[in-house]
Write a protein that binds this ligand. Structure first.
Ligand code: TYM
Length: 322
């Protein structure tokens, strides 16, 4: 059976980029394949964080997964640090990954440029742990946003090198991209929407906050509402409109051809508010059921760990440690 794996860092509240870029595909894929979805807390601690707040962030991310529609009867929801096989395999992969594959990755470069004082080993090694997350389960499909392409490519290099050195063990990983695989920031459409800046729309933002953010979203010069390369800001807003409404881009462009940005933005804000309402409701219900949520994670970890420990044993045998 095909296996699907993906993860989200517990480094802030989820935004609509995380949802349309990754989690929405998880919801679809969980019905067709065996799947494991992780809160990757070891990845989250590679950048500065508050230890007192981490437990809450992990918990919030799990509630977000469930509120977005992951079904614990169909999928395993796990916390990365509770399955030590991930980091054990990462260590093994470290021994076959040249440093030169890692220190030139754009994600690493960007992060150390932003915080030079935080150029730690974990940050450099981040993609190796990500490869281990996927390969400890020998997952075939990894639904992610486009910002993860370089990481998946690197994982596939590790696959090749491992198989060459120790015999066929892993298959090539296939990334899975959705239509929303690249949602850009509302304040700068050349940058991706992210968890940290205020330029994203959180899945649980209050209606007033959403209206305000859309009102303030940058637009391009001119007043055409059209998806075109030279109009990155309005193209991004059109994509968000399309993803929330299900209407084709052509139909949306037509609807607003004689209208201005103000009308378009007003409608877009209401569509988002309405689209996010079910998440808000479901999340409120889940907040009241901590015991249920804990059980979901415990059984997910239990199921996943069985697969991870069996695979790690095979890998250790292959590399001569058993
Ligand atoms: P993270 O936590 O940054 O993001 C989680 C998922 O959301 C996608 N995403 C976006 N998609 C579209 N538009 C955006 N603006 C946007 N921002 C984020 C990301 O591509 C991702 O799919 N390295 C990963 C976590 C990870 C992982 C893994 C993923 C660790 N191990 C193994 C897959 C498999 C990350 O930082 O995601």
């Amino acid at each position: 059976m095909t296996r699907v794996f993906s993860g989200v860092r517990s480094s802030g509240r989820l935004h609509i980029g995380n949802y349309f870029g990754a989690i929405k595909s998880w919801i679809d894929l969980q019905n067709k394949h065996e799947s494991i979805f992780a809160v990757v807390d070891y990845h989250a601690i590679t950048t500065p964080y508050n230890p007192k707040g981490m437990k809450r962030m992990v918990w919030d991310t799990i509630l977000d997964f469930l509120a977005a529609g992951l079904n614990p009867k169909k999928t395993s929801i796990i916390i990365q640090s509770q399955i030590p096989e991930h980091t054990e395999l990462a260590w093994i992969f470290n021994t076959l990954t040249p440093v030169s594959w890692l220190d030139r990755l754009p994600t690493y470069r960007e992060k150390i440029e932003a915080h030079p004082q935080n150029a730690n080993m974990g940050l450099l090694d981040y993609p190796v742990l990500m490869a281990a997350d996927i390969l400890i389960y020998k997952a075939d499909i990894v639904p992610v946003g486009e910002d993860q392409i370089a990481h998946i490519d690197l994982a596939n290099e590790i696959v090749k090198r491992f198989n060459y050195l120790y015999g066929p063990t892993f298959s090539r990983i296939k990334p899975f991209f959705s239509k929303g695989a690249r949602i850009m920031s509302l304040s700068d459409p050349t940058k991706k929407m992210s968890k940290t800046g205020g330029e994203g729309i959180g899945l649980y933002d209050e209606p007033e906050e959403i209206r305000d953010k859309i009102k303030k979203a940058v637009t391009d010069s001119g007043r055409e509402i059209i998806m075109r390369e030279d109009k990155p800001a309005i193209s991004n807003l059109l994509l968000i409109y399309h993803l929330f409404s299900g209407k084709s881009i052509k139909a949306i462009e037509k609807k607003y051809q004689d209208k201005g940005y103000a009308d378009f933005k007003k409608d877009l804000a209401e569509i988002i508010v309405k689209g996010l309402e079910p998440f808000r409701q479901k999340r409120k219900e889940l907040e009241k059921k901590p015991r249920y949520v804990k059980k979901v994670v415990a059984s997910g970890v239990d199921r996943a760990r069985k697969i991870a420990s069996k695979n790690l044993l095979e890998i250790k045998r292959k590399i001569g440690l058993i």
